[in-house]
Design a protein around this ligand. Structure first.
Ligand SMILES: [Zn+2]
Length: 147
């Protein structure tokens, strides 16, 4: 199966494409080869994150086709549609705020966003702004905030 293909030592393509919304709606969530190459860059960053945290990382959302992105209420220009982003948790290490704090030290990301205190969004793309944000119900705050 194509999605069992490994992107890096610990991450398969399936971990980036599995979407509960897509499964429920019967939608194929298939990235192009070009997008898979981008997902590989994200997976490479996640390997560093896994090493740093010392525990496996769970990807709750990786690639999203435009339809899946729309159904989950993603931003119209979401990095998830281009294969540049992943939403992750690692509760074996700690809650998302603690995980985000640890992962900032890796650098080499475009954005690292603690979203609603519930997961960490990381994007790896050519911009590499190293921007760290906290998403709250009211908007974005600069830096990490335990809200
Ligand atoms: Zn995200």
């Amino acid at each position: 199966m194509r999605h069992q293909r490994k992107l890096t030592q610990h991450f398969t393509l399936a971990e980036f494409t599995t979407s509960q919304v897509a499964i429920r709606q019967g939608i194929l969530n298939e990235p192009s080869e070009k997008t898979i190459e981008r997902l590989k860059e994200v997976a490479t960053w996640l390997e560093e994150a896994r090493t740093l945290l010392g525990f496996p990382i769970f990807i709750s959302s990786g690639f999203r086709s435009p339809r899946v992105n729309h159904l989950v209420g993603g931003a119209a220009n979401s990095a998830h549609m281009d294969g540049y982003a992943a939403d992750i948790t690692c509760f074996s290490f700690g809650r998302p705020y603690v995980v985000a704090k640890a992962l900032v030290s890796i650098g080499k990301f475009d954005q690292l966003i603690l979203e609603y205190g519930r997961w960490v969004h990381v994007s790896v793309n050519p911009h590499m702004r190293g921007e760290v944000l906290t998403a709250t119900g009211k908007g974005y705050l600069k830096g990490l905030h335990d809200v």
